[in-house]
Ligand binder design. Structure first.
Ligand code: XMP
Length: 327
């Protein structure tokens, strides 16, 4: 097993040839570590787990078993993309678990954000453990741990962020091929492995997903509104050249309503809040200037296309005093 300390002499992976070297070394190391055994991986579709999966597919092919748990809190199109890229294009062994009802039933009526996080994290581990129990004789578990995770967990900063961490009751040997890499290096490696840009350059997305953007008690209709509004925002930012200029952007639908008028009739519906921030490390953040005409266009589209919404707001608050997420 690799050490948890990045050697000082290790070169920063900044280009394709360094990435290819890393990939060759890791493929050999992975084959040495796991031999002919099967390896299990929780594949969320995020950059880190996707790159881990692609490395393992290259090293051991069908002996990697990926489990994609759809907890209902993913962005529009994400579960479909995971299936398309990994099962259809890379030929991976992929178990897709539709756990949407299970998660949403457990979350029904829960308003406290930390309770919501806890339920999502625990349920994830339970679903994953159940899937693992159905498979015989797997002793390796792959994880997309990256170097900042190691540094931050040492400092105690990030414990609550690791939805999808190792189920403690399961007795696996860990396989963590990217654990000494920084995020930018993981992206360079992902690109060299042929993963699509949409996956490699994905903006950060919290483990509890849209669950913390549908504030208060999550309901299916409000969750759908967050998902649809988020998809419109992502589409418009991409079209307007903002997708790679703004670090993180998303929508929130809070659990209160206000009055409005649609087709000459009074409505009582939710607002959609647009959040867009720039930051280096997510510890502090600023709000970039978004062209007013784009905000107007977003307002027009969201109020016309998203069911149950009659207002659009733009969050101008930097971090501090506000956090990036609303919960
Ligand atoms: P805040 O809201 O604390 O967010 O300013 C800082 C960064 O962390 C992300 N975030 C999370 N990531 N699980 C995660 O994996 C979480 O529970 C969580 N909460 C916040 C947030 O999206 C931002 O990038």
């Amino acid at each position: 097993m690799q050490t948890d300390v990045r050697p000082e002499a290790m070169k920063r992976i900044v280009n394709e040839s360094l990435a290819k070297q890393f990939i060759d070394d890791q493929v050999k190391a992975l084959r040495r570590q796991v031999g002919d055994s099967k390896v299990l991986l929780a594949l969320s579709g995020g950059v880190d787990s996707s790159v881990t999966a692609a490395l393992l597919i290259k090293a051991i092919g069908k002996n990697l078993v990926c489990v994609h748990v759809n907890h209902g809190l993913l962005r529009k199109g994400e579960p479909e993309q995971v299936i398309k890229v990994f099962r259809d294009q890379m030929g991976a062994e992929l178990i897709y678990v539709d756990a949407v009802d299970r998660f949403l039933d457990k979350l029904a009526g829960i308003t406290d954000p930390e309770r919501k996080r806890h339920i999502i994290g625990k349920e994830f581990i339970d679903v994953f453990a159940e899937e693992a129990a159905k498979l015989d004789g797997i002793k390796f578990l792959a994880q997309g741990t990256i170097y900042p995770d190691i540094l931050e967990s040492k400092d105690g900063i990030k414990a609550h962020h690791n939805v999808g961490g190792l189920p403690p009751e399961l007795d696996f040997e860990l396989v963590e091929p990217v654990k000494l890499l920084y995020k930018d290096e993981v992206r360079v490696v992902g690109k060299a492995l042929g993963l699509p840009d949409g996956m490699v350059f994905r903006q950060p997305f919290p483990g509890p997903g849209l669950g913390v953007r549908c504030t208060g008690a999550i309901t299916r209709d409000r969750l759908e509104a967050v998902r649809e509004a988020d998809a419109i925002l992502r589409e418009e930012f991409a079209k307007n050249g903002l997708a790679d200029k703004v670090w993180q952007y998303f929508t929130i639908v809070p659990d209160y309503k206000s009055t409005g008028i649609k087709d000459g009739k009074r409505t009582y519906e939710w607002p959609v809040i647009i959040r867009a921030v720039n930051t280096r490390d997510a510890v502090t953040a600023t709000v970039p200037e978004i062209p007013f005409s784009l905000l107007q266009h977003l307002t027009a589209r969201i109020t016309a296309e998203v069911k149950g919404v009659n207002r659009v707001l733009f969050d101008l608050s930097p971090k501090p005093v506000a956090t990036i997420e609303w919960e």
